[in-house]
Design a protein around this ligand. Sequence first.
Ligand SMILES: O=C1CCN([C@@H]2O[C@H](COP(=O)(O)O)[C@@H](O)[C@H]2O)C(=O)N1
Length: 351
Amino acid sequence: MQEFDATDHQHVRYNPLKDEWVLVSPHRCKRPWSGQTEQPPEEQAPDPNNPLRAGAVRANGKKNPIYTSTYVFPNDFPALLERVPEPPASTNPLFVSSQARGTCRVMCFHPDSSMTIPLMSVEEIMAVIEEWINQLKELGRRYTWVQIFENKGAVMGCSNPHPHCQIWASSFLPNEPRVKDRCQRAYYEKHEKAMLVAYVEQELLKKERIVLQNNEWVALVPYWASWPYETMLLPLKGHPQRMTDLNDDQKMALAEIMKQLNTKYDNLFNCSFPYSMGWHGAPTGPDAKPGDSPHWLFHGVYLPPLLRSATVKKFMVGYEMLAQPQRDLTPEQAAEKLRQCDHLVHYRNKK
Ligand SMILES: O=C1CCN([C@@H]2O[C@H](COP(=O)(O)O)[C@@H](O)[C@H]2O)C(=O)N1
């Protein structure tokens, strides 16, 4: 039997953050592609009447102000409402329901519909981060979980190319953060150290999956990544447990590394790189206090669908839905391809 080679031989990798496994099949990279190709992303020309624009009239007749930076408004079609009756107590363990209260907001990053994070200035991205923190402070007092998430690109079901994200706050702790809370707590109780603090230390030593790094942050393809070019943003200092713990240096450096990571992403296939991204930190709520969740390390997650070009995406279907995530390109190969992309000059600005 040959010596194992992780760039050639299939293997499964464990994700300790979610207690699940990923199948890695590097030998498959060579297979010909004759499947579906996505429409070339014609950079979604912004709709002049788009309801997120400064001054636009939205579906419910409300008029947006002529905002000049970020702008937050209640989602007109919210999935969660603040006041709602509680379902009856469950009597049968097979049919359990529970109350779900919350609120949904839309946050525009910039008044210009053609703007995207890599094209925005560091100062403009700082304004986005500051507003995220304002929202977390306000909603985190009332709700156990505040999920900031950005769906970018039509291929991610984003209904509007105007630069924006959504913020859904809930009275319940959703599945993803609940699993991460459980796994990080178990690790902390066993090792008396936060899992992701230990993980970052190891990744900085191994250097195999690092994409970008500055004084305060590292962007890397996690060892257990499921999506081809999935990355995490992790803080290097101060062990922030929530975005609200960030100091000014961390916020500025976060804006810088977000701009550079997204520039790399767009330069990978010379397109406005689609993704869903979001932030995970310690749960919030009326009893939450700074420092109360040492098992947590605040971090960002980018989940981009593209696989081998601007028009070929990875489908998380079949095996991934019924068995477990599977990838051909290894996390190390993805990190290497991203390291090779320019992080300073966006393809739109190349001469
Ligand atoms: O007039 C409008 C249009 C869109 N929206 C909301 O904007 C959100 C757009 O976000 P997505 O593109 O990520 O779906 C979407 O959730 C939609 O409900 C309004 O609240 N009012």
